[in-house]
Design a protein around this ligand. Structure first.
Ligand SMILES: Cc1ncc(C[n+]2csc(CCOP(=O)(O)OP(=O)(O)O)c2C)c(N)n1
Ligand code: SF4
Ligand SMILES: [Mg+2]
Length: 284
């Protein structure tokens, strides 16, 4: 039996009150609830406050470059598809620097869960606007307010038929835990976009700001495979912000497309030295 304690309890470098603490708590609870032992789990992250999360968990992790969370996560899943793989990223990491990787990961559909800590700001680098910052938000850099339109990651993911699209809130650990359980269980690329207050640099989107606006979607509000209804729902943002699962699209996963992976994970294949030698000889 796996417990939350198996995932450890580490000192963090996050600011007191940061929404990231509750995301860590929800993730531990979800993994324990799913009975996943730490050795069965790999978390891949980039750079950022969000990217620090796997350092505070007792499981396999790979901490790579900013914006480059999804390529190593996809590669690891292909190397050993028996692993439960999560990619953890900030809004800057996943939607800015790594935005192109997100689009192509959606197309490829590996069975991994993307957990995005969306604090609508660059936290680690001390408060510049991110792709999801609200228009008009004033920061130390955007002194006249943000000019650009914010990205709508939920609408983007639905438009590209992402296999599982959801939104949670760091102020509701129970709901976020349930969402993570469903996202990790889902076979295919799962996006869990989490509204995460950055108490130090984002003075606009605070716990109070989110709590006054979020609401949980009713089960059965619309069929979850209805892309048009899901897209319509994804446009709701402002006085009311929906939380929950927006869209589910069951389709073949990347690993299923590769014949070589059907019998056993790549890591258990014995190298065929004869074929490798033929390949090497070709370069001689
Ligand atoms: C390619 C690259 N660009 C920029 C940076 C500098 N940088 C590091 S973290 C970061 C922003 C982090 O913001 P986000 O991904 O939203 O994570 P948060 O800290 O808010 O959790 C930036 C711009 C970098 N390390 N590498
Ligand atoms: S700067 Fe913001 S995101 Fe980073 S730890 Fe502090 S509160 Fe959290
Ligand atoms: Mg951020």
């Amino acid at each position: 039996m796996v417990s939350v304690e198996d995932y450890g309890n580490y000192e963090t470098a996050w600011c007191p009150g940061c929404g990231d603490f509750n995301i860590l708590k929800a993730l531990k609870a979800a993994l324990a609830n799913l009975g996943k032992a730490p050795s069965e789990v790999l978390i891949v992250s980039g750079i950022g406050q969000a990217g620090k999360l796997p350092q505070y968990l007792n499981c396999n992790f790979f901490n790579g470059l900013h914006g480059r969370t999804l390529p190593p996560a996809t590669a690891a899943k292909l190397a050993n598809h028996e692993l439960t793989v999560l990619a953890v990223a900030g809004d800057g990491d996943c939607y800015g620097e790594g935005g192109n990787h997100l689009i192509h990961a959606i197309r490829r559909n590996p069975d991994i869960t993307i957990l995005v800590h969306d604090n609508q700001i660059y936290g680690l680098t001390k408060g510049q606007a991110s792709p999801t910052s609200e228009r008009g938000m004033v920061s130390k850099i955007q002194r006249e307010g943000v000019f650009n339109n914010p990205l709508n990651p939920i609408a983007l993911a639905i438009s590209q038929e992402c296999s599982f699209v959801s939104r949670g809130y760091a102020g509701d650990v129970q709901h976020l835990t349930e969402l993570l359980i469903k996202a990790i269980r889902h076979r295919g690329l799962s996006l869990v976009e989490v509204l995460q207050p950055c108490v130090t640099f984002n003075k606009l989107n605070t716990f109070k700001w989110y709590s006054n606006r979020v609401y949980k979607m009713e089960d059965g509000e619309y069929p979850l495979d209805d892309r048009v209804k899901a897209f319509e729902k994804s446009l709701e943002w402002g006085d009311r912000i929906p939380l929950g699962i927006f869209y589910v699209n069951e389709r073949p996963v990347l690993e299923d497309n590769h014949e070589v992976l059907r019998d056993a994970p790549l890591i258990r294949h014995k190298p065929n030295t004869e074929k490798v030698n033929v390949l090497i000889d070709g370069f001689m």
